[in-house]
Ligand binder design. Structure first.
Ligand code: NDP
Length: 501
């Protein structure tokens, strides 16, 4: 261990949280939670059944009737208090993220987390969103305005790779707009969401405004279909999104979908190659073991610098320590479970048959001691990847990078846009005009030029195509949770029927 003090690996008891209730046994049975770091069961997680979901929706609806009338300044105050509590409890939130997902344990030492940033940002919006005044055309005059109103109960479903971050990207915006929420995290990662429920309670939110029910896909389905749920906000895979869309179709229920990606990093020959490779390797085979939706898991490098990029990327990847995410020397922690490790290694095994050249990695890492059962995969780099092969097209969601060469700008754009996904796009060049041209032409909802950060709260994030639709972050992230009503007021007698002007 290079860290000075050992960090506790104790888990916390998980409950179904409805209003003020903490329920230890749910109607959906129990999940024996397996820790990705050790491969051992570390908790018994109650799973919500349809009856629990039904009750949570009713409690949330009851709370909504008050919360929608709560002055926006009070909603702001509570959200700001919650953000402060996130800061005060940052070490514990980081610790639980490491236990949940195997994310590197990085206490931020006073720097607010991404989650705290989102909460604070939407606290600010709570009392600042203004309506539009619209001109009237009736002969006697007419005045019109818009009202932005909450939906009611929002069903929030998040996946396992960053449950607290995902909750923070959705829930504060929903609450700021006057909705209440029923959250279903994945049973694979229950600890962070449980702790968030504690912090919400401590912040003083009225009971029922925020409810958390760990559960399986069946619980998610019950939540989506519940008649009191007026909008769904989902983060997960495209297959699940498609079934949620089908479930929503009968009642024409709206939903936001934040889905997967196969984002390309386009490296032109005038770029700072070392910076591009350091950043590209970290966000594909390092941090979170590649399990990030918007990571640049494809690199497209211009022919003249291609060999150098392949060599540099693999060198950086080889330098990464694979191991215990509580160890501060570790860069690449475990993947989430055995099924994920098997799936990732399957894609690695098949890639050479489609022409990809394995440059480094490619194997399961077997560590000793208490990590012996953990799910570790070597940072893996493939070169000469056919953009239309399985590796070039499908989201691996593990520490595997695919590198392909391109000729010129138009070839780069064509290859970057050659998947059904459209989440992130990354551009590296010192030619500003080229950067802006390429940014405009990428089929992606979120473009980063020369290392611009991910998940900046004031910039809307969200994908196109198979990566979903709808936004989180920015004003647009708030508007996802508002319904706009137009109100017209006629002055004096108006004509019996009036259309437009
Ligand atoms: P899934 O789509 O399998 O699961 C996501 C959530 O949906 C889980 O809570 C899951 O519960 C639940 N669920 C499963 N079936 C249903 C159903 N029929 N109705 C309602 N809810 C259901 O997620 P993955 O494991 O595939 O997650 C990884 C994916 O998430 C990747 O594609 C990744 O890119 C994407 N992602 C996107 C992000 C973004 O913001 N764009 C951010 C993070 C990840 P359970 O776990 O119990 O099955």
């Amino acid at each position: 261990m290079t860290s000075t003090e050992p960090v506790s690996r104790a888990t916390i008891p998980v409950h179904i949280r409805i209003g003020t209730e903490r329920i230890a046994i749910g109607g959906g049975g129990v999940h024996d939670r397996v820790c990705p770091i050790t491969g051992k069961v570390d908790g018994s997680i109650p799973l919500a059944g349809p009856h629990d979901i039904d009750r949570a929706c009713m409690v949330a609806q009851e709370a909504f009737l008050q919360w929608r009338r709560t002055p926006p300044t009070e909603r702001r105050r509570l959200l700001l208090r919650l953000a402060d509590l996130f800061d005060e409890n940052d070490d514990e939130l980081s610790r639980l993220a490491t236990l949940d997902v195997g994310a590197p344990y990085v206490p931020r030492k006073g720097h607010p987390s991404i989650a705290a940033n989102y909460i604070r940002y939407y606290a600010g919006w709570a009392d600042k969103y203004t309506s539009d005044v619209v001109a009237g055309y009736l002969p006697n005059g007419e005045f019109g305005y818009t009202l932005a109103q909450p939906y009611g109960v929002v069903g929030v479903i998040v996946t396992w790779n960053g449950p607290v971050g995902s909750i923070a990207m959705k829930v504060p915006a929903a609450l700021a707009a006057g909705n209440t929420v029923v959250v279903k995290p994945s049973e694979l990662t229950p600890y962070g969401p449980e702790f968030v429920a504690d912090l919400v309670e401590e912040a003083g939110f009225p009971p029922g405004v925020f409810n958390v029910l760990p559960g399986s896909g069946a619980a998610g389905d019950a939540l989506v279909q519940h008649p009191l749920v007026k909008k769904v906000s989902f983060t997960g895979g495209p297959g699940t999104a498609a079934s949620i869309m089908r479930a929503c179709s009968d009642s024409v229920k709206p939903a936001v979908f934040e889905l997967g990606g196969k984002s390309a990093s386009v490296i032109f020959d005038d770029a700072d190659i070392d910076a591009a490779c350091a950043h590209g390797a970290m966000l594909s085979v390092g941090f979170l073991a590649g399990q990030g939706c918007s990571f640049p898991t494809r690199v497209l490098a211009q022919e003249s610098v291609y060999a150098g990029v392949v060599q540099r990327m693999s060198k950086v990847a080889e330098s990464y320590v694979v191991g215990d995410p509580f160890d501060t020397a570790t860069i690449t922690g475990p993947v989430i479970n055995q099924a994920a490790a098997d799936r990732i290694l399957g894609i690695i095994d098949r890639a050479p048959s489609e022409g990809a050249r394995l440059v480094t990695g490619g194997n399961r890492v077997h560590l000793g001691g208490e990590l012996a059962g953990g799910y570790y995969v070597e940072p893996t780099v493939f070169a000469d990847v056919d953009p239309y092969s399985e590796l070039g097209q499908s989201e691996v969601f593990g520490p595997v990078l695919a590198i392909t060469s391109f000729r010129d700008e138009s070839d780069a754009i064509a290859k970057a846009n050659a998947t059904p996904y459209g989440l992130g796009g990354y551009i590296r060049t010192n030619d500003l005009g080229r950067a802006l041209r390429v940014a405009e032409q990428l089929e992606a909802g979120d473009v980063h030029i020369n290392g611009a950060g991910n998940l900046m709260v004031n910039r809307p994030f969200g994908g196109w195509g198979l990566s979903g639709h709808g936004k989180e972050g920015g004003r647009q992230g708030l508007e996802e949770f508002m319904r706009i009503k137009g109100v017209g007021i006629a002055f004096g007698e108006s004509p019996l029927i009036s259309f437009g002007s």
